[in-house]
Design a protein around this ligand. Structure first.
Ligand SMILES: NC(=O)c1ccc[n+]([C@@H]2O[C@H](COP(=O)([O-])OP(=O)(O)OC[C@H]3O[C@@H](n4cnc5c(N)ncnc54)[C@H](O)[C@@H]3O)[C@@H](O)[C@H]2O)c1
Length: 279
């Protein structure tokens, strides 16, 4: 007899699931006994992942900016696996870049569609099934750029803050329906997105991880499975008392102050704080 997984027989939809954090979460959810709809615009890697992981996955081409496609991904979970327990709104891009005075408004609107409208569509259509069911978990991917300014482009930062806002708002509505709504704010994580930014190529994951590790307070790079593990926890019944929360998974980047030089080489004040009494 196999052991019970932490997500045994739960049914999940994950957007942006063909790569990076999404794909890492598909793998972890399957290991924990879940059934997963892989929703992404990238057909080839999405289909390959579904084929590799077998009968408990399906791939569906999903552009998260199109409401009816997000609705279809959710409905596929119900059609194929009978229900939807977990909605993970995770698809994303860096989007519009540049100084505020020079930002292209079409790119701005497109970025909002991918990073924010998508989360609204996911919450809306998952809750269609979860409310009558009386249970469910919705998780959305924000960012450390959703916590602080200056960590990403303007539109990305605005949208990732908004993901935390809609998470709190919808959590307050759906708490009465037995549905928990949370966000995850990853710090730098070695994926195609960060690789493209840091190296100019989307597939330089080792070099990207090395680069991230150098800037990390813990001296290690965030990997997709680190974010996936947070998603497993929030999706599982272990987190039954947690809603409206943003779980920050960033090696302390937004809380411990900068680059970590201070901590690795304690200043006189830090050293003395440990050995001297106050006054
Ligand atoms: N990597 C990081 O350091 C980091 C940090 C904070 C937050 N995030 C967030 O994590 C999420 C996942 O990003 P990642 O780092 O795994 O990058 P990634 O590029 O590896 O994966 C993003 C996935 O989203 C998909 N996608 C993009 N536009 C889409 C659309 N319109 N419809 C459907 N799918 C679409 C892509 O095809 C891709 O598979 C994003 O929301 C990103 O903003 C990443």
């Amino acid at each position: 007899m196999g052991t019970q997984g932490r997500l045994q027989d739960k049914v999940a939809v994950i957007t942006g699931a063909a790569s990076g954090i999404g794909a890492g979460t598909v793998r972890r959810f399957i290991e924990e006994g879940a059934k997963v709809i892989i929703a992404d615009i990238q057909d080839e890697p999405g289909l390959a992942l579904a084929k590799e992981l077998g009968a408990n996955t399906r791939f569906i081409h999903t552009d998260v900016t199109a409401e009816e496609q997000v609705a279809a991904a959710v409905d596929l979970a119900v059609k194929e696996f009978g229900r939807i327990d977990i909605m993970f709104n995770n698809a994303g891009v860096v989007g519009a870049v540049g100084r505020i005075s020079e930002t292209n408004t079409d790119q701005w609107n497109r970025t909002v569609a991918i990073l924010l409208n998508s989360v609204y569509f996911g919450m809306k259509h998952a809750s269609r099934h979860m409310v009558p069911q009386g249970s469910g978990v919705i998780i959305s991917t924000s960012s450390t750029a959703g916590i602080l300014g200056g960590l990403g482009p303007h539109c990305y930062t605005a949208c990732k803050h908004a993901v935390i806002g809609i998470t709190k708002s919808v959590a307050s509505e759906l708490a009465g329906n037995g549905i928990r709504v949370n966000a995850i704010s990853p710090g730098n994580t070695a994926t195609a997105m960060t690789s493209a930014v840091m190296t100019g190529e989307a597939d330089q994951l080792d070099a990207t991880a090395e680069h991230i590790a150098k800037g990390s307070l813990l001296g290690i790079a965030g990997l997709p499975e680190d974010i996936a593990n947070a998603a497993v926890y929030l999706a599982s019944d272990e987190a039954r008392y947690i809603t409206g929360h943003t779980l920050v998974v960033d090696a302390g980047a937004t809380t411990l102050g900068g680059t970590g030089r201070f901590h690795r080489q304690p200043t006189a004040m830090m050293r003395e704080a440990g050995v001297r009494e106050n006054g």
